[in-house]
Design a protein around this ligand. Structure first.
Ligand code: SF4
Ligand code: SF4
Length: 475
């Protein structure tokens, strides 16, 4: 029997080589002898004796070689015999809910052309359904969250839309009701809100601050970029309306960090300029970027050359993140911090996200969807808040989205983090939530590799910085 390289992705930090262990999602630093072993086995499988012989001939000590081989076998960086795809860990059928996204309205006061809810690629079928969630449905949703999350001391509720603040009165009632239920049950609940910020008022900001509600503002950058697609129905841009409101929000809401979420489109993909504006000129704590989810032929689609440019800019901003991290300072590029957190926690996903598993979206009608992006889509409804989830439909959604069924991904080293990518994007692109998002594999692998290099460099030079990713998990 020969020793073989297991599924590892080698990368380099600053001065140290590392291996990303694909079947487990772990990372190990490689010393000279372990690097030499991996390099030998990368060239060809060898018997233990031949491997030792070859490395002794290169000048390594036999005892050190033997110890390193054992260690590398223990962490499964190398293995005896053929490499085979290891199925992901089976998830329990009664996986408890962790969070719900409450789409309190499917109405919006903006008409962003690229919107997945209202734009050309929309999958929602809201015709004839309630436009605003009522209190009974919202309370039933809160009850459902508590009932289906047994064993979890703390749960999470995200307010979403449409434009969420168009139903602010309901939001206030839900916070009061959910807090009261949590107290009765001896549990806790956290809230967050996603908004376009155009309807914020001093009263609303005070409410958000008083209740410690986390806020994410959807915003695409400085005026010329924000006003490209984030417009009112009359075509007027939204920047001038939202800017003072965002500034007031950031100034007054000190309880939780306020973040921005940017949709990158053909009209707004100057990543560094957007980051500079949102982080340093407006004062957001963190900025997350996501390329628009769309068919490739849309006007606002970024296209392949655009994605290359986005990647290059992400890498530059990631280098800036690294400089900050090495000084022990916070940097607000959350695409890096989110990936570093997953790497540090050894995440190894069988599903790309919690949709339909630990999280569901609930629409104004009370229909339950895998996540907020599927709300009001008849094709994807999993159940209703009055009757609960249809477990067959849920199992079908989760089964098709599982990495085990995505054969293209079985030889991909990035699968512990990617797991085939967003179910919603897969549906928009391929008409199947379970299809791997193969249009961005090279991009994902390049970006993941960059994050690994940053992780390795921080691990070498300022390991204490990584501690807060462990704390983030515990929180
Ligand atoms: S979608 Fe592509 S990058 Fe993601 S796991 Fe599958 S093959 Fe890898
Ligand atoms: S399916 Fe896509 S949009 Fe929905 S939660 Fe998962 S990653 Fe997010």
């Amino acid at each position: 029997m020969t020793l073989q390289l297991s599924e590892v992705h080698k990368f380099r930090g600053s001065e140290v080589n590392f291996a990303y262990l694909v079947p487990s999602g772990g990372i190990v630093a490689l010393d000279g002898i372990s690097s030499a072993i991996l390099n030998c086995l990368e060239r060809t499988p060898l018997s233990r004796e031949s491997l030792i012989e070859e490395l002794v001939a290169e000048g390594h000590q036999q005892q050190e070689i033997e110890e390193s081989i054992d260690e590398l076998q223990d962490v499964r960086a190398i293995q005896m015999g053929e490499r085979v795809y290891e199925p992901s860990q089976a998830l329990p059928d009664d996986f408890p809910l962790q969070s719900i996204v409450l789409n309190v309205t499917n109405q919006c006061n903006l008409s962003c052309q690229y919107c997945y809810e209202f734009g050309e690629d929309k999958i929602a079928t809201p015709e004839g359904k309630k436009k605003f969630m009522d209190l009974d449905t919202a309370q039933a949703s809160v009850d459902y969250l508590f009932a289906e999350s047994q064993g979890r001391p703390s749960v999470h509720l995200t307010f979403f839309g449409g434009e969420t603040l168009m139903n602010f009165p309901l939001m206030k009632q839900v916070v009061t009701y959910a807090r009261q239920r949590a107290a009765e049950l001896g549990r806790s609940i956290e809230f967050s809100l996603t908004t376009n910020a155009t309807l914020l008022s001093s009263t609303i900001i005070e409410f958000l601050a008083e209740h410690g509600i986390g806020v994410t503002v959807s915003m695409d950058g400085p005026k010329e970029m924000q006003d490209k697609f984030r417009i009112f129905a009359n075509g007027k841009g939204s920047y001038d309306i939202m800017k003072p409101k965002v500034e007031e929000l950031i100034a007054k809401h000190r309880q939780r960090p306020v973040g921005a979420r940017v949709t990158l489109t053909s009209g707004a993909m100057d990543v560094k300029r957007i980051y500079q504006h949102l982080k340093h000129e407006l004062g957001f704590h963190e900025v997350a970027f996501a390329p628009v989810t769309t068919s490739p032929d849309r006007l606002y689609s970024i296209g392949e050359p655009g994605m290359d440019s986005v990647l290059a800019q992400f890498c530059d901003l990631a280098d800036e993140y690294l400089e900050f991290a090495l000084r022990g300072e916070h940097h607000g590029f959350s695409n890096v911090s989110d990936t570093l957190a997953e790497l540090h926690q050894g995440v190894n996903k069988s599903l790309p996200c919690g949709a339909g598993l630990g999280m569901v979206g609930i629409g104004p009608s009370g229909d339950i969807a895998p996540c907020h992006r599927f709300v009001d889509s008849d094709e994807h409804v999993l159940g209703n808040i009055t009757t609960g989830i249809d477990q067959e439909k849920r199992a079908d959604f989760l089964g098709r989205g599982n990495i085990d069924t995505k054969y293209d991904c079985h030889t991909c080293w990035a699968r512990p983090l990617c797991a085939g990518g967003c179910h919603h994007e897969a549906f928009v692109r391929y008409g199947d939530t379970g299809h791997a998002n193969l249009h961005y594999c090279d991009w994902i692998r390049s970006w993941t590799n960059k994050c690994l290099e940053i992780y390795g460099t921080i691990a070498e030079k300022n390991p204490m910085f990584l501690q807060h990713f462990a704390e983030r998990k515990a929180a």
